[in-house]
Design a protein around this ligand. Sequence first.
Ligand code: SF4
Ligand code: SF4
Ligand code: SF4
Length: 169
Amino acid sequence: MTINVDQSRRNFLRGKKPTIAPAFRLPWITSENAFINDCTKCNDCLSACEENIIVKGPDGYPKIDFDQGECTFCQDCITSCEQTFFKEDKTGQAWPSKFNIKDNCLAKNNVYCQSCKDACESRAISFAYIDSAIPQPQVSQDLCTGCGACIKPCPTNSTELLLFKELNQ
Ligand code: SF4
Ligand code: SF4
Ligand code: SF4
């Protein structure tokens, strides 16, 4: 399968820093501005998502809440939406995101845990002994799809997805 790598993801892979955007909106939107301009806050996408991960954000617009579960990329939210702010090509990343494991991770603090790895079907998280008594998490950004499946199972809220600045424009 060929996966297109968009410019923002290339920037990350070249070492450019991501910036936290206000929220993860629906997958494959063209930009935050287009979304805010055209979303009517009808909430059709909230009821369309069987994973129940789309919630009303503090600004009234829909956003993804990965604390509720993962995105299966089923596109039902897109089908339910009458607006046109979605990318035509949906073979690439749904969100230009970076995955991160924060320093309060149990394994990083020498407490055995691999719950995030068990949740990740893409095998973007692996564990290896690196001068440590227990295996340490290793992340492959190339393999991470941004599904968020690893977020809910983490007992210390250490797993996070960050959006690239480009989506914020
Ligand atoms: S693609 Fe599917 S699982 Fe993901 S937010 Fe949309 S409806 Fe929910
Ligand atoms: S599930 Fe959370 S605490 Fe456990 S290893 Fe993964 S990031 Fe660390
Ligand atoms: S967000 Fe990335 S690291 Fe987490 S489960 Fe999905 S593919 Fe794996």
